[in-house]
Design a protein around this ligand. Structure first.
Ligand SMILES: CC(C)(COP(=O)(O)OP(=O)(O)OC[C@H]1O[C@@H](n2cnc3c(N)ncnc32)[C@H](O)[C@@H]1OP(=O)(O)O)[C@@H](O)C(=O)NCCC(=O)NCCS
Length: 173
């Protein structure tokens, strides 16, 4: 199991809001982590296990959600998991997570995974995933999260798409 991945600093996260439920921008919780793939990560094809990548996705989403909520968060759903290209041993895997939508207690986090060979060549887009995280109170129950303040066109578009997905999820529950 991965314990060594490096979470890169996010300067925007250092600016604290006035109260824990003041609106927060997307950039305040953006999270990037990186890890080097090594022989224990290999499947029988000699490439990296999908589960190894999903553990990194889950970790990046948890950091992003916890940064937004300023509370511990649990994964309640992962969806639209797409493995686009194989990842090789020796590749550096870079995982980027950003919040798309904040509900009352839940957040949709979009995660993108890229792989790069340190010997050169282009960075490859390897995986996409949507993760729903729920903020928890001290008793492990769902707890309110700050609203999102949307600053860019891309953020507004991702937010609108997440609202539609949330409506579909609620219909199907
Ligand atoms: C997370 C947990 C405490 C939520 O409790 P719950 O009683 O199911 O929560 P609720 O029904 O009140 O829903 C809480 C939020 O999650 C959302 N939600 C619930 N089920 C969902 C699902 N399947 N997909 C997406 N969102 C979901 C709800 O819409 C609600 O969001 P909102 O407050 O923004 O409107 C509980 O489900 C749990 O402990 N699950 C296990 C978590 C876990 O162990 N994860 C793996 C390790 S971290």
């Amino acid at each position: 199991m991965d314990t060594q991945s490096i979470i890169l600093e996010n300067p925007a996260q250092m600016a604290r809001p006035k109260t824990s439920l003041s609106p927060k921008p997307v950039r305040a919780s953006e999270t990037t982590l990186a890890d080097l793939m090594s022989p224990p990560d290999a499947n029988i094809n000699g490439t990296v296990f999908g589960g190894r990548i999903l553990a990194l996705v889950d970790k990046a989403a948890a950091v992003c959600a916890s940064r937004h909520a300023a509370k511990p968060c649990a994964t309640i759903a992962m969806e639209r998991v797409e493995f686009l290209v194989p990842i090789q041993l020796g590749d550096l895997v870079v995982v980027e997570a950003r919040i798309h939508h904040a509900g009352r207690t839940s957040m949709e986090i979009g995660v993108e995974v890229h792989a790069e060979s340190m010997l050169g060549g282009p960075r490859r887009h390897a995986n996409n995933c949507l993760v729903t995280m729920v903020a928890l109170d001290a008793k492990g129950r769902p707890s309110p999260v700050p609203p999102l303040s949307l600053e860019t066109r891309g953020e507004k578009e991702r937010h609108a798409a997440a609202v539609r997905r949330r409506e579909d999820r609620l219909k199907n529950r």
